[in-house]
Design a protein around this ligand. Structure first.
Ligand code: NAD
Length: 505
């Protein structure tokens, strides 16, 4: 079975024979459409992390002196190479994640947006300048790179989430160590090779594989200045705590429970189409997936559930290799079982199972980790299926009497990643966006992922840290500011020492 290499200092770094033969420090990579392992990754030890960091530190000394124009030009070539190789990249994503090509294509295109933003980063790195803040004195503030920074990413976007991070960090002058999800390691390695082909000097971008122990080595390495994390909430919380306790800058994006509020005036056909796509696309394994529909009024709920039930009957779940499928399998057998258990528990707690997708019939691929679209009505806020992130193709329906109840329900939820309202009433939408405590809000838009020149981030337990991911916040995250106050005078004279605190009168 193939072992997927790390990528350190511009080259593939194979695991040593000792590592390869050890049963302890590796994991299998699966193709979830066929339910079989296809490769393995050896998890980097603290020694390997240290080696990688020292290579990146050496590269940083040269990279920070490379002109902004050259850095942007390399990223521009990288963007073209990703575009040229987009089909292969989507294939890699499909094989390890299970998403269908049309979905992988969307992911990569949104990732490319972030490379484009990175190409324009010189504009965002201009700094600030004031003349004459005191007599003959000017002040300017300039962004400097941090040094070696790291990114730890989840399984559900093998290309896009890493692309949120490293193109911008690199153009800002940093060297980057990516620790992708050990479940989907190949896309990151392929991107590293394309960056090298684009002319990036060795050591500026590195990829190491691993799980908890590798992450711990990153969090405790004194030379790593900042950590960007995207993943589940418990891990995000713990990474934020450890990284900041170790003096690192950290942004840790966590899990989600995204609600869509459906007002009585919304068009039920439009809304059911929009929410079915957002709930079941990518098998619900998206941090911005809609997992809860909050229907305002009994008739709204009855009409919505009826429309969804009819449309779900036509959805196609199946292997990633078949582009006519609507969505593919879940990531692992354990995750499939956990999602199935949520459905069982919801029924036990008194919810109505309108569509049960637990055991779909899949032609010829019975061993894949498949689950069909599942619709659960009459859910209440105490039920486990509402309280916890399920991360599967399961849509829960809650019924409320008015918009205020919907807003109160959502604001009481521990997560605050994304939310949407469907209405034709501008006043209702305005009130909603004003009072809702969620970081990304859609008005008649089910998946409001901000474009690359805004930033991405939730509130509450969906993000730990101050700055959101990518865009203008990304530039701030990957740079630190130095402010210079300077006087140049052609007739400097003896003034005598001044002991009062300098006031700029
Ligand atoms: P995860 O938290 O299990 O893993 C994320 C990363 O952390 C992986 O690289 C993994 O190797 C590492 N990791 C796992 N357990 C760890 C531990 N105990 N200590 C240190 N590192 C650990 O998440 P996942 O299952 O890969 O991804 C799905 C989760 O990510 C969902 O909760 C989803 O909502 C969330 N997510 C959030 C966003 C966002 O922008 N907020 C985006 C995508 C995914």
């Amino acid at each position: 079975m193939d072992t997927i290499p790390h990528f350190v200092n511009g080259d593939e770094l194979m695991a040593s024979d000792v590592d390869r033969n050890s049963n302890f420090n590796h994991s299998d990579v699966f193709n979830p459409s066929i339910g079989a392992s296809t490769a393995r990754v050896v998890h980097a030890s603290a020694t390997q992390v240290d080696l990688c960091v020292s290579m990146a530190e050496q590269a940083f000394e040269k990279w920070k002196k490379v002109s902004l124009g050259k850095r942007a030009a390399i990223m521009f070539t990288f963007k073209s190479l990703v575009e040229e190789n987009i089909d292969y990249l989507c294939q890699l994503i499909g094989q390890e994640h299970g998403k269908i090509a049309h979905d992988a294509l969307g992911e990569v295109k949104r990732g490319i947006e972030n490379i484009e933003f990175a190409c324009s980063a010189p504009l965002a790195l201009k700094g600030e300048h004031n003349r004459q803040v005191g007599s003959g004195i000017d002040v300017f503030t300039e962004p400097h790179p941090l040094g070696v920074v790291a990114g730890i990413t989840p399984f559900n976007f093998p290309a896009m989430v890493p692309l949120w991070m490293f193109p911008l960090a690199i153009v800002c002058g940093n060297c980057f160590i990516l620790k992708p999800s050990e479940k989907v390691p190949s896309a990151a390695i392929f991107l590293a090779k394309l960056l090298k082909q684009a002319g990036l000097p060795d050591g500026v971008f590195n990829v190491i594989h691993g799980g908890r122990e590798t992450v711990d080595a990153i969090l405790h390495h004194p030379a790593i200045k900042a950590v960007s994390f995207v993943g589940s909430t418990p891990v995000a919380k713990s990474i934020y705590k450890t990284a900041t306790a170790n003096g690192k800058r950290c942004q840790a994006l966590g899990g989600a429970k995204n609600h869509a509020v459906i007002m009585p005036d919304a068009n039920v056909n439009f809304v059911s189409d929009q929410i079915i796509g957002a709930a079941f696309g990518s098998s619900g394994e998206r941090c911005m997936a809609i997992s809860v529909a909050v229907c305002v009024g009994k008739k709204t709920a009855d009409d919505f559930v009826k429309a969804c039930k009819a449309k779900i009957a036509h959805l196609k779940v199946g292997p990633s290799s078949e582009n006519s499928n609507d969505f593919g399998p879940l990531i692992t057998k354990q995750h499939l079982q956990a999602v199935q258990a949520h459905v069982e528990e919801a029924e036990r707690q008194g919810a109505s199972l309108v569509v049960d997708g637990r055991y779909p019939k899949i032609a010829g691929e019975a061993k894949g980790f498949f689950m069909g679209a599942t619709l659960i009505d009459h859910v209440n806020k105490e039920m486990k299926c509402y309280q916890e992130e399920i991360f599967g193709p399961v849509l829960c329906v809650l019924r409320v009497d008015n918009l205020k109840q919907a807003v109160d329900l959502i604001n009481a939820n521990q997560y605050g990643n994304g939310v949407a309202i469907f209405t034709t009433n501008g006043f209702a939408a305005q009130r909603f966006k004003e009072h809702i405590e969620v970081g990304m809000v859609g008005v008649n838009v089910p998946i409001p992922v901000p474009v690359a020149y805004h930033s991405f981030g939730g509130w509450k337990n969906s993000l730990f840290g101050d700055l959101h991911a990518y865009g203008p916040d990304g530039v701030k995250f990957y740079t630190r500011r130095k402010t210079i106050t300077q006087r140049w005078s052609d007739n400097a004279q003896e003034t005598g020492p001044a002991f009062g605190f300098p006031a700029n009168d």
